[in-house]
Design a protein around this ligand. Structure first.
Ligand SMILES: NC(=O)c1ccc[n+]([C@@H]2O[C@H](COP(=O)([O-])OP(=O)(O)OC[C@H]3O[C@@H](n4cnc5c(N)ncnc54)[C@H](O)[C@@H]3O)[C@@H](O)[C@H]2O)c1
Length: 281
């Protein structure tokens, strides 16, 4: 079984259940089976039994959630993250089929060590998930672009992915099998929703995946990326905190009292839901 359908199934269905159905609505297993593409199963299966996965940036957020899913599906997982204490705590929390290795994806030697650690600990590497990434809090204007910050974001989000693929392929090519995943973002395919540096880093991930997949396919290795929209992980909460500081709690608001601050982009003041009139549907 492959990882991509599993992940996409869980990602899509997870969000569908979270956001697509109103509270109290339920869907039966039979009707779920009807709407799923052929080949998907509604049975609980351990689709990654015997597989070994290395996930960067898995101390937290998307990486940690993915590690949990992988383990529940029978995989053994190496968590590679720059946050040592949190990484160790996460590995402990997730149980005996998980090990942590300190890894800064901007250092090629760290990534190389993480791959070698996966082999020494669990004998093989089947899945490499290049997930570590940082957001970018900078001016939205290209005229004010901070090139030092651009370099830093690129070194983690794009170069780190390239290095991860390089060292995964080093051990996957001789076995002529493997699945490489990378976290991109919708900002890599859609302009105007993030700062340029972050968007460019994620567009680069999508480009890396295409060019590398074209080579590695002849060794039976698949390379794919996943482009999520906004998810409330620590990553996004930190960005939101920077964008929207806690104004009312701070001294900045010392002359504001008894006020109801509605933070809704003006919706309650003047916006309509934008639904078309019935005769226009
Ligand atoms: N949260 C979102 O809305 C969202 C949307 C689209 C894409 N993404 C992408 O998802 C991925 C995971 O983000 P998240 O939301 O889980 O964020 P997160 O901050 O919760 O997790 C990111 C992890 O990466 C680790 N990390 C950061 N720099 C590192 C480095 N140099 N080396 C190794 N590890 C490093 C952090 O310690 C952290 O554990 C990122 O690539 C991010 O760009 C997130």
């Amino acid at each position: 079984m492959t990882v991509k359908p599993l992940f996409l199934f869980q990602f899509c269905c997870g969000n569908m259940f979270k956001f697509g159905f109103s509270k109290g609505a339920s869907i039966s297993r039979n009707s779920l089976a009807e709407i799923l593409p052929k080949g998907f199963s509604t049975q609980i299966e351990r689709k990654l039994e015997g597989k070994v996965a290395l996930i960067t940036g898995a101390a937290n957020g998307v990486g940690k959630a993915t590690a949990t899913k992988f383990i529940n599906n029978g995989a053994k997982v190496i968590i590679a993250d720059i946050q040592h204490q949190l990484g160790q705590d996460t590995a402990k929390e997730l149980g005996p089929n998980v090990a942590f290795i300190a890894c800064d994806v901007t250092k090629e030697s760290d990534i190389s060590n993480a791959v070698d650690f996966a082999i020494s600990k669990f004998n093989q590497l089947d899945i490499m998930y290049n997930n570590a990434g940082v957001h970018c809090n900078s001016s939205p204007s290209i005229a004010d672009l901070d090139l030092a910050l651009f370099d830093r974001v690129m070194s983690i989000n794009a170069r780190g992915v390239m290095a991860g693929i390089k060292h995964a392929s080093r051990v996957m090519i001789p076995r002529r099998t493997g699945s490489i995943l990378c976290t991109a973002s919708i900002t890599g395919i859609m302009a105007g929703v993030s700062q340029h540096s972050y968007a460019v880093s994620k567009a680069t991930v999508i480009g890396i995946v295409k060019t590398v997949a074209s080579e590695l396919c002849k060794y039976g290795i698949r390379v794919n990326s996943i482009s999520p929209f906004i998810m409330p992980t620590p990553f996004i909460k930190e960005a939101m905190n920077q964008l929207y500081p806690v104004y009312l709690a701070s001294e900045d608001a010392k002359y504001v009292n008894g006020h109801n601050l509605v933070v809704d982009g003006g919706f309650t003041s003047f916006k309509s839901l934008g639904f078309p009139a019935p005769d226009q549907v």
